[in-house]
Ligand binder design. Structure first.
Ligand code: GLC
Length: 471
């Protein structure tokens, strides 16, 4: 089985969110299952020089973007046993940021088309092209409308994974031919609600559609979660499946993490207290080993449930001895809120605005509790990392949070959960956690159970393999 995994970001090259983690770790896990998995991504200008040095130029080709004929250099690199193809076009990809440009539609139409065009030039023919999110959603559309019957493309299947249904790639119909090169006869494939909707196109055209947790696969059939696409998904539900993500357990390993001060494990958790003291010092929190420290590492956007936090954080700080450490960036209103809290509660609250992986590891290792009250969460990786570092997650029961965290109220479970999107319900879960924290023996057992949860890719890679074989 040979799989070409197409993604607009992948660790260690380039990351803006969870997709990069998945694209950086699932291919490795698939290789362990004897799947020949290679990754293709754009060669962005912001990819670090050290990684560029390991790349080899293979060849260059011309890629059609509607009527345009664009240069595409194909580079190859091998990292951790996985082969990566990096597609070069400086006009499209040599920019200061990877998304958010006026011509993103054209940039990713180029990428989606180049993925297909490169196949005859790499002396390796995949059985499956596995695409991810709207940036590669046109690949299954182009495959169905232009490549499926071409020589050299026989028997290739396409899989499309939705990591977050909120981002759909929507454009005005007027650029259908001029930018996307799609004939009006095929317009129905991508048209939704009067617009071009690339995600809809992929749902229509891919042989299989997956999403990143079983619960999210059910949720997106419902209008509350689907951002409009539930009728399409219900019609195509026969090809929809949810497969829970895993995390890279080598990258996130408290026993052997160069970014934390003191290593520890489920059997020997003493090091965690040292990491907590170190984190408190680093973030100017008061050096109190008994104050429960709540960590949050998150994009600061509404989806992450920050309105609930905003509604009750001050009350929590006023009525308990809890400390809070937040790391993330995103919408101004939330960034400002956390800055305000930090200013008002010195020694109790810390807010670092940014994307700082080194600090993220220190927060996972130093926190007692990890708060993730998302409004929706396709999978969520942070709660899995938190579990591995023994930071007990408090989550809302949605998407992958529901599939990876079980309430410990019954003496089993690995965290604390609440159901409705309601600040009081969240506060109640936090108070239960704080009460649990006071029972140090029970808490130690909970930490141990959390750290022993297996969120590696081993099981899910097997599910992907079964899905590939079933097409
Ligand atoms: C997106 C989702 C997140 C998921 C990640 C990887 O970022 O919002 O829930 O974990 O993709 O699939």
């Amino acid at each position: 089985m040979k799989v070409l995994y197409a993604s607009s970001e992948a660790l260690p090259f380039i990351a803006s969110g969870g997709l990069a983690d998945v694209a950086g770790s699932l291919p490795k896990a698939l290789r362990k299952k004897r799947v020949g998995c290679r990754v293709v991504l754009p060669l962005y200008g912001t990819i670090p020089q050290e990684l560029r040095e390991s790349m080899q130029f293979i060849t260059s080709i011309t890629v059609p973007v509607a009527w345009r004929r664009q240069y595409c250099g194909i580079f190859e690199a091998k990292v951790g046993g996985v082969t990566y193809y990096l597609l070069d076009n400086e006009y499209y990809f040599k920019r200061g940021s990877i998304y958010g440009h006026y011509d993103d539609g054209e940039r990713f139409a180029f990428f989606a088309r180049a993925i297909l065009e490169m196949i005859p030039h790499i002396s390796w023919k995949p059985d499956v092209i596995h695409c991810n999110d709207w940036q590669t959603a046109l690949t299954p559309v182009y495959f169905q409308t232009m490549y499926g019957t071409r020589e050299g493309y026989e028997n290739i299947k396409t899989v499309f994974t939705i990591h977050n249904i909120q981002y759909q790639g929507r454009y005005g119909m007027e650029i259908l031919e001029d930018v996307f090169g799609i004939s009006p006869n095929d317009a129905h494939l991508v048209e939704f609600d009067g617009d071009i909707n690339l995600l809809k196109g992929a749902i229509e055209c891919a042989h299989r559609v997956t999403t990143v947790s079983p619960t999210y696969a059910e949720e997106i059939l419902d209008p509350w979660f689907s951002y409009g696409l539930d009728p399409i998904l219900r019609e195509r539900s026969f090809k929809l499946q949810g497969i829970l993500n895993g995390i890279d357990v080598d990258l996130y390993n408290p026993e052997n993490d160069p970014l934390i001060l003191s290593p520890y494990s489920a059997d020997k958790t003493e090091g965690k207290a040292i990491n907590k003291a170190n984190l408190q010092k680093l973030l100017h929190l008061s050096q109190n080993p008994d104050a429960p420290l709540i960590g949050m590492v998150t994009r600061l956007v509404a989806q992450k449930g920050l309105d609930l936090v905003r509604a009750m954080l001050e009350e929590l700080l006023n009525t308990t001895d809890a400390q809070i450490a937040v790391l993330g960036s995103g919408d101004r209103e939330y960034e400002d809120f956390f800055r305000y809290i930090e200013g008002k509660y010195p020694g109790r609250a810390s807010a670092r605005i940014g994307f700082i992986p080194e600090l993220a590891h220190k927060i996972y290792a130093g926190s007692d509790i990890f708060l993730m009250p998302s409004k929706t969460e396709p999978c969520g990786l942070s709660q899995m990392v938190a579990l591995r570092y023994g930071a007990i997650p408090i989550v809302r029961e949605t998407g992958g949070l529901r599939d990876s965290v079980q309430d410990s109220g019954d003496g089993e479970g690995n965290g604390f959960t609440f159901r409705s999107y309601n600040a009081h319900d969240m506060a109640h879960a936090i108070h239960r956690a704080l009460l649990g924290y006071r029972d140090s023996e029970g808490w130690q057992m909970l930490v141990r159970r959390a750290m022993e949860c297996d969120n590696s890719w081993t099981r899910s890679a097997g599910e992907y393999l079964r899905m590939y074989k079933s097409i």
